[in-house]
Design a protein around this ligand. Structure first.
Ligand code: CMP
Length: 145
């Protein structure tokens, strides 16, 4: 089924932008929209609302607001599952034990600093695409170019 999904490159991995984009194309996914955003604390809290209260929330917010992220909408057959397969498990050390080729295996440092994001379901895709690429009439994130 033709799907879309939302991904972003986290701040410490922006210097690997070329490698990430190359991996996306190698996998046969297309980038339909792309945007550079520097999230503020409130934007990040809202985006990661489902994790509020978790022990890693503060580190996560600090990490994703530490610099700009490169957000993109990907389109392709089963894009959600295929993008998640390409990024690998949340924890980069687990990713490295499974396959050295996933993006988190290649570029992740630890379970918080895991280099890239991917939506995990059609519902989160819809919410996350709307967060970075608001439909007309809705206000955009303040710090996007
Ligand atoms: P992401 O897939 O972008 O969405 C939630 C993020 O929270 C995840 O990547 C990690 O950066 C972070 N995260 C998830 N689980 C943990 C954990 N157990 N410990 C620390 N950070 C985590």
């Amino acid at each position: 089924k033709l799907e879309r999904t939302l991904g972003f490159i986290k701040p410490d991995t922006l210097d690997k932008m070329g490698d990430v984009i190359d991996a996306i194309y190698q996998r046969g996914l297309l980038i339909s929209r792309m945007r550079l955003c520097h999230l503020g604390q409130n934007d990040a809290f809202k985006f990661y609302e489902e994790h509020s209260g978790k022990s890693f929330m503060k580190d996560l917010i600090n990490y994703v607001t530490s610099g700009p992220v490169l957000a993109f909408e990907l389109v392709g057959e089963s894009a959600i599952a295929r993008w998640r397969e390409l990024i690998g498990p949340t924890d980069p050390s687990k990713a490295r034990s499974e396959a050295a080729t996933s993006l988190r295996a290649r570029f992740g440092r630890d379970v918080t600093h895991n280099s890239v994001h991917g939506s995990d379901s059609p519902a989160s895709t819809a919410r996350e695409v709307e967060a970075f690429f608001p439909s007309t009439g809705r206000q955009s994130l303040p710090n996007c170019v």
